[in-house]
Design a protein around this ligand. Sequence first.
Ligand code: FMN
Length: 148
Amino acid sequence: MKIHILVGTMTGTAQLCAQEMELALDDGDTQVETLLMDDLDGSVFEREGVFLICTSTYGQGDVPDNARKLYEDLGAKRPDLSKVRYGVFGLGDRTYAETFNFGGKKFDDLLAGLGAKRVGERHKHDASSGVLPEETALEWSKEWLALL
Ligand SMILES: Cc1cc2nc3c(=O)[nH]c(=O)nc-3n(C[C@H](O)[C@H](O)[C@H](O)COP(=O)(O)O)c2cc1C
């Protein structure tokens, strides 16, 4: 099985989480590729395998700058993603009460609207919780793999 981890990040925390998840999941049988969203467009979902969206939230509940091109391309072209399965590991901060974890939520809503099927619950990491995101990511990704 192939897993593509797509990373939306402003200051690198989501990338660190993705690296931990890649280490946890890539075991030979399961092959993991981690891609920063920077240069991606909707065609990335034509790749064979399962997708893991790992993204933080910025501005007023926006996706990070490096995720904007992918997010807007999907919204404009609206490809049929009914064959796609995905998970969401979102990062945010509860002090932004109105828009907590909206980066992950925006991708989740968009992908579901294009017909893709989410596996497992959307994880919502809270930077104010004191829980290290990369440790949570490692544990969460193992549970997610078991659901696949
Ligand atoms: C300027 C700024 C705006 C933010 N806006 C939100 C927000 O609207 N909602 C939210 O849940 N978190 C928000 N956050 C928190 C980040 O998503 C959180 O700190 C995350 O762990 C950063 O991950 P990254 O380093 O991968 O970008 C904001 C952080 C900053 C610095």
